[in-house]
Design a binder for this molecule. Structure first.
Ligand code: NDP
Length: 338
């Protein structure tokens, strides 16, 4: 059996996460039992939610255990099989973790899913046609539920979730407005992702100034906000929201390292009779088939052209992960393992 490089969570962050929280080890892959398959990972997904799990804190999911392989989504190929459900050569998506190989009890429901790479590249099953894409779909369709002509804003617009949100909103006849950090990301959001406008939040010192810039990008106000960031970005959009607007609370990345991100204008929820709803995509597995179908068609037809930041080799995962938390990624952050 092949040797397997793995990255473990070695110790928990004290404030900001750092590379020394992780540890690279090499182990043997165990022999397969009946019903198991050996998957060689081609790509590892790095996602902001992993930062929350590094803390030993109460949350919607259990903390990542110390001394164990970091959990995470992977795509790869079955290289050995003792399951009738999977053949050698099958391309699969699963939760293989930060390692080069995983042994998967393939008979258990939901552990491993075969994917078709004829029209969609394998890596996109970790992004636009995977968990981040379904996240955008759920928040937009089930919470914001926009009508054609309404304005939808998303923060972290150039990222894995934000880019899918833009394509889904445009497909529903909405005005799509992004917030992103820097001119390159904003240009990508409008020119390649097809958003109607994008505001560079880094050009603004405070929510009031950012809100003024949003007035031009969203002249009819904001009917739906898909919130990925929190803090100044959230406050600025709140100031522009219309009566009966909806906010899908998806992420609060501005506070993931423990920074306080107080909400400046909660009274606007009342004044504008707004709906604010948080959600976790893995708790809504019932929508995944419908969402993945639409996302696959958007990618296959070229209406959604997701960008990827690809780090090379497992050892690069910690730095790539920490960089993503600071916005150094441009599109879906992946690690290429093969
Ligand atoms: P991205 O690919 O968007 O990467 C993160 C981006 O966040 C960075 O590129 C950066 O973009 C932006 N960012 C980081 N820090 C800040 C900050 N302080 N202020 C403003 N922007 C910041 O990640 P994903 O698309 O994978 O995830 C987006 C959000 O969705 C995250 O909050 C994540 O936790 C959440 N999520 C929630 C799920 C759920 O079930 N609720 C499921 C999946 C994701 P920029 O350079 O533009 O600032």
């Amino acid at each position: 059996m092949p040797q397997n490089q793995q990255i473990l969570l070695d110790n928990r962050p004290q404030g900001e996460a750092v590379a020394s929280n992780f540890k690279l080890v090499v182990s043997e892959t165990p022999a397969l039992n009946e019903g198991e398959v050996l998957v060689r990972h081609h790509y590892l997904s790095l996602d902001p939610y992993m930062r929350g799990r590094m803390n030993d804190a109460k949350s919607y999911a259990q903390p990542q255990p110390l001394g164990q392989v970091m959990q995470g989504g992977t795509v790869g190929e079955v290289v050995e099989s003792r399951s009738p459900k999977f053949a050698v050569g099958d391309k699969v998506v699963g939760m293989g973790g930060w390692q080069e190989y995983s042994v998967v009890p393939a008979d258990q429901a939901g552990m491993l899913r075969k994917v078709d790479t004829t029209h969609v590249p394998l890596s996109h099953y970790l992004g636009a046609v995977g968990m981040p894409g379904v996240t955008a779909w759920y928040g937009l369709v089930k919470i914001i539920d926009p009508k054609p002509g309404q304005t939808v804003v998303v923060s972290a617009a150039s990222g894995a979730v934000g880019s899918a949100l833009g394509a889904l909103a445009k497909a529903r006849g909405c005005r799509a407005v992004g917030l992103a950090g820097g001119p390159d990301k904003c240009r990508y959001v409008t020119e390649e992702l097809g958003f109607d406008a994008c505001v560079d939040y880094k050009q603004h010192q405070d929510a009031y100034s950012l809100s003024k810039a949003l007035r031009e990008a969203a002249p009819n106000g904001v009917d739906g906000l898909f919130e990925n960031v929190g803090g100044m970005c959230l406050d600025a959009v709140m100031l522009r929201m219309n009566a009966f607007a909806r906010i899908a609370m998806c992420g609060m990345i501005a506070g993931y390292d423990g920074q306080p991100i107080p909400m400046a204008y909660p009274q606007l929820i009342l004044v504008n009779r707004m709906k604010v709803e948080g959600f976790i995509v893995s708790e809504h597995m019932e929508v995944w088939p419908e969402a993945l179908k639409e996302l696959g068609m958007l990618v296959g037809s070229g209406k959604l052209r997701p960008r990827e930041s690809v780090a090379e080799g497992l050892a690069s995962a910690p730095e790539a992960f920490l960089g993503m938390l600071k916005g150094r990624n441009f599109g879906k952050q992946l690690v290429k393992l093969i």
